[in-house]
Ligand binder design. Structure first.
Ligand SMILES: C=CC1=C(C)c2cc3[nH]c(cc4nc(cc5[nH]c(cc1n2)c(C)c5CCC(=O)O)C(CCC(=O)O)=C4C)c(C)c3C=C
Ligand SMILES: [Fe+2]
Ligand SMILES: [Fe+2]
Length: 362
């Protein structure tokens, strides 16, 4: 039974498939059978690597106060007049080097689509068409607002919103949630909602990471001297202001090390992708891999546990720039271990997290 109200406030209780007691069928909006939506969210990616697509994407991303929190009076002139005249070219060239030309999209989008398709198959197998599974992006397309609207129009009276970041950060998880709530502000009939918390210590996520390391190490004749767990960085100041991201990254690394049965020295935690002049979380990956090479660690493997899908920051920054830094410092063997992407163990972990957050709803 669906509970609705006539324009004068009279409650209308409409059985599914029945007609409204107040209005003629054609005067009344159609109310589809109730469903639960599972909306996965990732960061977003440019629609193309040309200047204008890059500029649009970077402008939306870097204008987000959760990402860069300087006063708009100071930041916007610098962003519009300096950064957005140069960075679209350099970042565009980096995207070009990893672009999925066949699909005409960036790897982050291709991988996210594959993940969602697998997760949808599993959840529909378990719950039938009572669940609807889709994805949105925080910046660019498909937008969070368009997907929230589609879900509501399809009859979702409940939505589980899942930001695909294992570790919580204001710059990722919180801003994805902000955008979700902004989208809900525009809706007449707001669904009940749940947001999925960070899963940085979930045993199935740790297990999926460990299996990916074991698989990569199993394929090598000589084991690496050290595994570098490289996480996306944020300004050091954000940690001091209460963002738990740093601590959650450290815990993921510790749990991974314990799951692998390794010694403390077998794994090093680092932070990459520094942007701007401020101090970010340290050690910086690009410097640490050079230091390792200089101190005799000639074989390293790098894993990127903060990314649920390979993207510019892993395929280009780690596998090209950071590799180069290691080799220039005398390093000999550099192995990049891909993100969990659409691995079965990863899909198992994400579905488990979703099921925990669907409890009582399906
Ligand atoms: C300027 C500050 C930035 C902060 C803080 C930041 C945090 C942060 N980002 C991710 C995940 C991703 N970032 C990606 C790209 C990217 N990140 C920044 C800047 C900050 N990120 C920029 C400018 C860019 C664009 C590329 C570039 O110009 O360098 C991506 C990849 C998107 C893709 O299309 O492939 C991801 C994913 C996390 C997890 C995080 C903090 C925890
Ligand atoms: Fe980033
Ligand atoms: Fe910490």
């Amino acid at each position: 039974m669906l509970d609705a109200r006539a324009p004068d406030g009279t409650p209308m209780f409409i059985e599914e498939g029945a007609t409204c007691p107040v209005h003629a069928p054609d005067d009344h909006p159609k109310i589809p059978p109730a469903k639960t939506g599972v909306l996965l969210a990732n960061l977003g990616t440019p629609d193309g690597y040309d200047y204008w697509n890059m500029r649009r994407y970077l402008n939306e991303f870097l204008s987000d106060k959760r990402v860069v929190d300087y006063s708009a009076w100071i930041w916007q002139p610098l962003l519009q007049a300096v950064i957005l005249t140069k960075r679209p070219f350099s970042s565009g060239a980096a995207y070009k080097s990893i672009w999925n030309e066949d699909a005409g999209e960036s790897p982050l989008l291709t991988i996210t689509k594959a993940q969602v398709s697998k997760i949808r198959d599993r959840l529909v197998d378990a719950h039938g068409d009572k669940v609807m599974v889709d994805f949105c992006m925080r910046y660019g397309n498909p937008s969070t607002r368009s997907k929230v609207r589609e879900m509501i129009q399809a009859g979702c009276t409940r939505i589980v919103f899942f930001p695909l970041y294992p570790q919580y950060a204001g710059a990722t998880t919180a801003t994805a949630n902000d955008q979700f709530f902004r989208a809900l502000m525009a809706e007449k009939w707001q669904p009940s909602v749940r947001t999925v918390p960070a899963y940085f210590e979930h045993p199935s996520y740790i297990d999926a990471l460990a299996k990916s390391v074991e698989r990569a190490y199993g394929a090598m004749e000589t084991k690496p001297d050290v595994l570098v767990a490289s996480y996306h960085g944020v300004p050091q100041r954000y940690l001091m202001e209460g963002d738990p991201y740093h601590c959650q990254c450290q815990k993921t690394s510790r749990l991974l090390k314990e799951r692998l049965g390794w010694a403390d020295t077998d794994i090093v935690t680092t932070f990459q992708s520094r942007f701007g002049p401020e101090e970010w979380l340290k050690p910086y990956t690009v410097e640490e891999v050079a230091r390792l090479a200089e101190h005799g660690k000639k074989r390293i493997a790098v894993i990127a546990p903060a990314f649920s899908a390979d993207c510019i920051e892993t395929l280009e920054e780690i596998n090209e720039e950071i590799r180069e830094s290691f080799e220039e410092a005398g390093g000999e063997h550099f192995t990049y271990i891909p993100c969990l992407n659409e691995d079965d163990a990863h899909m198992d972990a994400l579905v488990e997290v979703i099921e925990e957050n669907l409890a009582g709803w399906v």
